[in-house]
Ligand binder design. Structure first.
Ligand code: FES
Length: 276
């Protein structure tokens, strides 16, 4: 009897498409529509932590950047991941204590956003976009090829702890579809072979640069940058390539410009608010 496509899948399960779980592009009756919300939740039985006194000092320094301290929660969770390799109960408790939130409020946020991980992430997080445009341009094949090559399913990590594989939703780089990201660095116009070459190099300890020039750091290092502690490498490689700028170039050649913004009406120009 085949598995219920809507049942949460245990780690290690690779149900769905014969080539593996290809995620949200799967349609009912043809495989599992496994998403972030089907994954097991945070393991609250974990009592070990790598958080140190210095981590707590850094968490407080993040909180001090915001007039409303609860606004610091997202970067603080990234800092937790940069140390723990995932969201842990200790990380949730620390955030809640510093921000005067309840642990339930923190865990509600940490389990909502897909960038916060419930299980340990490998040294490199490899994400393949399988949203519509990338899927049509070959993203499904890239993702399936990596599953077969690495022998892991969605959100799973290779036995050597180096690669965690995940199918991603659109990363706003559709002009370079199909897109793969390693620790959030772009790998444009990916093919199954180029994706295999990248993960092989990472597992062999060879330095890898994204197709836009930036060197790939570890996932924990990337998480620290997302927490607001720059590594000084933000300008490595161009951020926008010719495909991203094509519309701008055509507009310039043709003398097109955006229409001017509407003038504020008399009421709002007096500083009064509108009620819709
Ligand atoms: S659909 Fe893949 S980056 Fe937008």
């Amino acid at each position: 009897m085949s598995a219920d496509p809507f049942e949460p899948q245990a780690p290690g399960a690779r149900t769905g498409h014969p080539g593996g779980d290809i995620g949200s592009e799967e349609v009912m009756g043809h495989g599992a529509m496994k998403t972030h919300f089907d994954e097991p939740s945070i393991d609250f039985s974990v009592d070990q932590t790598l958080l140190t006194d210095n981590t707590i000092v850094e968490m407080r320094s993040i909180a001090a950047r915001y007039p409303e301290v609860r606004s610091a929660l997202l970067p603080m969770l990234h800092l937790v991941q940069s140390v723990e390799g995932r969201i842990t109960p200790a990380g949730i408790e620390a955030c809640a204590s510093i921000l005067n939130l309840t642990p339930a409020e923190v865990s509600g946020v940490a389990t909502f956003y897909t960038m916060y991980k419930r299980r340990p992430v490998g040294e490199y997080h490899v994400g393949v976009c399988t949203t519509a445009l990338c899927a049509i341009m070959g993203g499904d094949e890239v993702y399936s090829a990596l599953q077969d090559h690495l022998g892991i399913g969605n959100d799973e990590t290779t036995d050597d702890g180096v690669i965690t594989l995940e199918h991603l939703e659109c990363n706003a780089a559709c002009d370079y579809a199909p897109l793969m990201m390693v620790n959030w660095e772009f790998f444009d116009n990916t093919t199954p072979q180029s994706a295999r070459d990248v993960v092989d190099a990472l597992r062999a300890g060879v330095e890898v640069t994204s197709t836009r020039g930036a060197r790939v750091c570890t996932w924990k290092q990337a998480e620290r940058v997302l927490a607001g502690f720059p590594d000084g490498r933000a300008d490595e490689g161009p951020t926008a390539g010719p495909a991203s700028l094509l519309g701008l170039r055509i507009a310039r050649e043709k003398g097109w410009s955006a229409p001017p913004p509407p003038k504020p009406d008399a009421e709002s120009s007096n500083g009064e608010e509108h009620n819709a």
